[in-house]
Design a protein around this ligand. Structure first.
Ligand code: GRF
Length: 234
């Protein structure tokens, strides 16, 4: 039952404000941590999320450096964005590998080579294998275009439209074995407009993704620097 205004304590009020931020999240005050976190970004497509991570770093909102971008698709647009921003990248094409395991191993080797502390799947169209998940436990995150646990897997936006939901959104979560099901770090809600098609809904969801992914990185990086601070990664 809703509380009358004068019944709120400070903590409650904070929760109420955070609730509002889910609909209209702000990147202006991300959690602070130090020293700088080393990121490895995994991408397969346009790389717009990758680009917004770069922007958050350049504007000094996110205390991070991108140590390596790994792509599995030699033609993806993310490569151009890495080149334009002088970011090191590596193409590890799964089509050149004999198994998922072999591809995973090459990805892990590259992440280790560049001393990556936090791995961000930003439009990575591959299922993470056990080795990657175990090696980066608590340090491997993914962005998905729905309010999980609804609409896991491929074509989440079309799934939302087909199910005639009134609100969908996006989620950043830790990666675990079952696809799109690790614990949730941050979400943003996007109301679906009447008769809206997939393209416009996708654009509006992506606008939110570009805000919550840098925020999720800051949340997890702070956790790494505080709770996991004595762990040796390399
Ligand atoms: C995003 O919508 C993300 O949720 C999904 O793949 C898309 C990647 O977009 N996993 P981009 O390559 O970052 O533009």
């Amino acid at each position: 039952m809703a509380k009358a205004d004068n019944q709120y304590k400070d903590g409650d009020m904070l929760n109420a404000l955070n609730g509002k931020n889910l609909i209209n999240p702000s990147i202006s005050n991300l959690p602070e941590f130090g020293p700088k976190i080393k990121l490895g970004i995994l991408a397969s497509g346009n790389g717009s999320n990758f680009e917004y991570i770069i922007k958050a770093i350049q504007s000094k909102k996110l205390n991070a450096e991108i140590s390596i971008l790994i792509v599995n698709n030699p033609h993806c647009l993310a490569i151009k964005k890495a080149e334009n921003n002088n970011i090191r990248y590596e193409v590890i094409n799964h089509r050149d590998c004999i198994s998922r395991d072999q591809h995973d191993k090459l990805v892990i080797n590259s992440l280790l080579e560049y001393s990556v502390e936090l791995v961000v799947m930003a439009g990575w169209m591959r299922i993470a294998g056990d080795d990657l998940i175990n090696k980066y436990k608590g340090r491997l995150i993914n962005i998905h275009p729905s309010l999980l646990p609804s609409f896991k897997g491929i074509d989440a936006i079309q799934q939302a439209i087909n199910n005639k939901v009134l609100i969908t959104g996006c989620t950043v979560h830790y990666v675990q074995r079952e696809v799109d099901s690790g614990s949730i770090i941050i979400q943003a809600a996007v109301p679906v407009n009447e008769g809206e098609d997939k393209n416009t809904l996708q654009r509006r969801i992506q606008n939110m993704e570009h805000i919550i992914l840098p925020a999720a990185i800051a949340i997890v990086a702070k956790r790494i620097r505080t709770i996991l601070k004595d762990k040796k990664y390399f």
